[in-house]
Write a protein that binds this ligand. Structure first.
Ligand SMILES: C[S@@+](CC[C@H](N)C(=O)[O-])C[C@H]1O[C@@H](n2cnc3c(N)ncnc32)[C@H](O)[C@@H]1O
Length: 279
């Protein structure tokens, strides 16, 4: 594992959205872990903004059809994957660099009986362990911010998609370059390695061979969502500590508040990009 990837995996090892935390929470809510459905996990297993709506939008963007073979790049605990499988009837392969997330994804998939339709794999987005043109569609949410060599990751997604296949993803973007000392805080507190602007993303997708289908600036809706997420983190962090899981602490929460401010002031923001591999 490269240094940047190790930093990310270490960061996610103490993230409040984790399988042990979800299982502890579910057990306390329903008494046992028998007959759990994917729907019961959704409030806790989606590590991106705008919950299930965001999955639905990406599924529409890539024109996900029942039976499709879908790649989720940086799939986390496979929360979105369980939704795609349950709601769109597809099969999902989810790669992620963090061992605790891949193990957690396997545990949660088995808990709800989706272990045959979802394949979590420990791998880097920079070196996808798949054949060329293997997937009908690819998706990703709030993950490329952790990847320093984004052009390489885009080339890898392009390679494993079949001609005519689409890649739709959301990610942080930089609207106004931040002073180095401010960006350093994002590196340290969020394991954020680098950020593109929206035009840079479009240009790098085209360099990788994609045709751009759409580029939507989602900064305004994210500003509102992130303010709500800050309160959720404050609650989760306190709960994680009580359950004996590592807490991210006050510094993380302070930095999150700064992030919310930067998004609301359009210094940093979000984009939903859809691109197609030409036929
Ligand atoms: C914000 S989480 C998103 C998880 C998932 N997409 C979701 O929406 O629930 C970002 C994920 O990206 C993964 N990640 C970061 N860098 C990666 C890389 N180079 N290769 C694979 N996964 C990576 C992290 O381990 C983490 O699980």
């Amino acid at each position: 594992m490269k240094m940047a990837e190790k930093t990310v995996a270490d960061w996610y090892a103490s993230h409040p959205i984790s399988a042990p935390h979800i299982l502890t929470k579910l057990k306390s809510l329903r008494g046992s872990l028998e007959d759990v459905t994917p729907q019961e996990l959704y409030p806790y297993d989606q590590d991106h903004y705008d919950g299930l709506e965001a999955n639905s939008r990406l599924a529409d963007k890539v024109r996900m059809n029942a039976g499709d073979s879908v790649l989720d790049v940086c799939a986390g605990l496979c929360g979105p994957a369980r939704w795609y499988v349950s709601q769109r009837g597809v099969e999902v392969t989810g790669i992620d660099i963090s061992p605790n997330r891949v193990d957690g994804a396997k545990e949660l998939n088995a808990l709800v009986g989706l272990q045959d339709q979802i394949h979590p794999i420990l791998a880097s987005a920079l070196d996808l362990p798949f054949d060329d043109a293997q997937f009908d569609a690819a998706v990703s949410q709030e993950s490329f911010l952790h990847i320093p060599d984004k052009p390489k990751a885009l080339q890898e997604v392009f390679r494993v998609l079949r001609p005519g296949g689409r890649f739709a993803f959301t990610d942080w973007v930089m609207h106004t370059p931040l002073p180095e000392d401010e960006f350093e805080q994002y590196r340290q507190r969020f394991a954020c390695q680098s950020l593109f602007s929206i035009p840079e993303y479009e240009s790098q997708l085209q360099k990788a061979g994609f045709e751009i289908v759409s580029a939507e600036d989602v900064t305004d809706p994210w500003g509102e969502i992130l303010a709500r997420r800050l309160s959720m983190y404050q609650t989760l962090d306190a709960e994680a500590e009580r359950a004996g899981n590592p807490s991210k602490g006050d510094d993380f929460l302070k930095m999150y508040a700064q992030f919310v401010k930067d998004v609301q002031q359009h210094r940093i923001g979000g984009v939903r990009l859809t691109a197609e591999k030409p036929k």
